[in-house]
Design a protein around this ligand. Structure first.
Ligand code: FSX
Ligand code: SF4
Ligand code: F3S
Length: 536
């Protein structure tokens, strides 16, 4: 819904509330919540009016398998503070760790609260198979049974925390209790607010949006509110300039760490995490993990305990808990086409990705792709060093990899060379990582295949659509290889990330031509499962 529609919606909901008993609402808290939700200041008086007059939203908070960290996060809220939250904004009518009632009395409270329309917030994972792993209350009902019966009557359901969203720590390998996120067992839609724990702001503002508009804020494909989980945390981090400069803390207590160096080498998973922690912070906006000196452990991402390896090391194979297998058969149709006759070979219903000595994309007999980059490594590095961050990055690379740099100095001249061969771009990364030429392109694919992790490191491939063509710009992407090398990622991770970035870009182009048959023209040895992503 756009702002105009939201405004009309709120005005409509205010009609009929005239004359209702007014309660005090702290305008600063309302303004704070709306600001985070991305709503303009003109909404504040309307929202205050609504909260002052409308009946408070009846909230039931259920605890399943978890550590109560989500509730702890909520307790430390400042705007609104907990007292405002429960007395002015919402009616928190059932919350096992906050309510004074217990035993049968608590169960009566739950039944009472369920007599009226209510919003359900669930903290914790559910054990739907061996349901005895979690028994709650005077009658010893299973968490699964409770969840089903309460969810059936709820007007809206929120999963607060990574446990209720995805299973969390209980569901980590080997998951002895066979727990999972609640959306896996409920047929109703669940608005997910992950994080272990999520910030108080993400919980309260999402709930406030629902109270005001009777619907959830815009959600992404994992049903997370876009306002809070729409951006990569790393892009908002106060240490990002250090990341770009290749300045990494080597130990938690070294001088660099104290001076704000990036924590990537100490395991920060910020580049793989979508959450707004640097903005909303925790404990009444006091701090957030990276500001406190520990890298982000991707606590709001699915399977974060298993998928991101050791939390104090980057995702290099030595620190993986499990190895991803990439052995499935390749399904893309591969035609061994010739560059000279390429255009004539394209049929009307085909989209051809030609990935050999030149990267081309053909639809009908039209060339779709505009792609070229500086392929003389010495010139590419000189271009990079033109800005301050790039200059620092190159200096740090020279310091950390002197032999590799000497190899580049000795083997490249000063003459710019523009290329549109994607494999040549990958080879440049190999040279940077290994200080030698890549003898066989298949080796790079093999390395990517052997990477133990599922998550690619971002590479900044810039895809932009022009009238009848698309432009793929990788000129700024080579810096990522230098950053990751200085940050402790190995060639396997770099190779996998490069190929994934290519697959992602091709996949985006593919989106516009879904009705066409996809043909790939690539050497057989390079025809590997990583390109499966193109089809997804
Ligand atoms: Fe703990 Fe909540 Fe983590 Fe889980 O937060 S902080 S284990 S997300 O459900 O209590
Ligand atoms: Fe910040 Fe971590 Fe990104 Fe470094 S890697 S900039 S510490 S989020
Ligand atoms: Fe979690 Fe990372 Fe934020 S560890 S709290 S998502 S900084």
């Amino acid at each position: 819904m756009d702002n105009e529609t939201l405004k009309k919606c709120l005005e409509g909901r205010l009609v009929g509330l005239e004359g209702a008993e007014r309660r005090f609402i702290n305008e600063t808290s309302v303004a704070f919540l709306l600001k985070h939700l991305g709503l303009p200041a003109e909404f504040v008086p309307l929202a205050c009016e609504y909260f002052s007059l409308a009946p408070k939203l009846n909230v039931i908070w259920l605890h399943l398998a978890e550590c109560t960290g989500c509730s702890e996060s909520l307790l430390r809220s400042e705007q609104p503070c907990l007292a405002e939250f429960i007395f002015d904004f919402f009616s928190l009518n059932y919350h096992e760790t906050l309510m004074s009632a217990n035993g049968t009395k608590a169960e009566e409270c739950l039944e009472e609260a369920m007599k009226e329309e209510f919003a359900l917030i669930v903290e914790g994972a559910v054990a739907p198979i061996d349901t005895f792993y979690l028994s709650i209350g005077a009658e010893g009902k299973s968490g699964y049974e409770l969840l089903q019966s309460i969810a059936d009557k709820a007007k809206v359901i929120f999963a607060a925390g990574t446990c209720s969203s995805y299973g969390g720590i209980q569901a980590a390998y080997p998951n002895p209790t066979k727990t999972c996120g609640i959306s896996q067992v409920l047929s109703q839609k669940v608005v997910q607010i992950p994080g272990c724990p999520p910030s108080d702001v993400n919980i309260i503002a999402t709930l406030a949006f629902y109270a005001l508009f009777g619907t959830s804020p815009e959600l992404d494909d994992k049903n997370r509110p876009k306002w809070s989980y729409g951006k990569c945390l790393h892009d908002m981090c106060e240490r990002k300039a250090k990341f770009e400069s290749g300045i990494f803390a080597q130990n938690f207590d070294d001088e660099a760490a104290k001076n704000g160096a990036c924590l990537f080498k100490l395991g920060c998973k910020g580049p793989y995490t979508y959450n707004n922690c640097p903005k909303v912070k925790f404990n009444a906006k006091t701090s957030w993990p990276v500001a406190a000196g520990h890298g982000c452990i991707a606590c709001s991402e699915e399977n974060f305990w298993d998928d991101f390896g050791f939390y104090e090391k980057p995702m290099t194979n030595a620190f993986a808990y499990a190895r991803v297998s990439r052995e499935e058969a390749f399904v893309l149709e591969n035609k061994n086409l010739n560059l000279n006759t390429l255009k004539e070979s394209v049929k009307e219903d085909e989209l051809i990705f030609y990935l050999k000595e030149k990267m081309q994309i053909l639809v009908e007999d039209r060339e779709l792709l505009d792609f070229s980059f500086e392929s003389n490594l010495k010139c590419a590095l000189a271009n990079l060093a033109k800005n301050k961050l790039g200059f620092n990055l190159l200096e740090n690379y020279k310091k950390n990899f002197p032999k590799h740099y000497a190899f580049i100095e000795a083997n490249f001249d000063e003459n710019s060379k523009i290329s549109s061969d994607i494999w040549e771009f990958f080879e440049l990364s190999y040279i940077l990582a290994k200080g030698e030429f890549l003898k066989d392109r298949a080796l790079l694919i093999e390395m990517a295949k052997n990477y133990a992790f599922n998550h690619a490191s971002p590479y900044d491939f810039k895809l932009s659509a022009k009238e009848d063509s698309v432009k793929l710009d990788l000129n700024k992407s080579l810096r990522m290889t230098l950053i990751y090398l200085c940050g402790g990622l190995e060639i396997e991770g770099i190779a996998f990330s490069l190929l994934s970035a290519l697959a992602k870009s091709l996949g985006e182009i593919r989106q516009d031509y879904m009705e066409k048959r996809l043909i790939l023209s690539v050497d057989e040895s390079l025809n590997q499962p990583f390109l499966h992503q193109i089809l997804s």
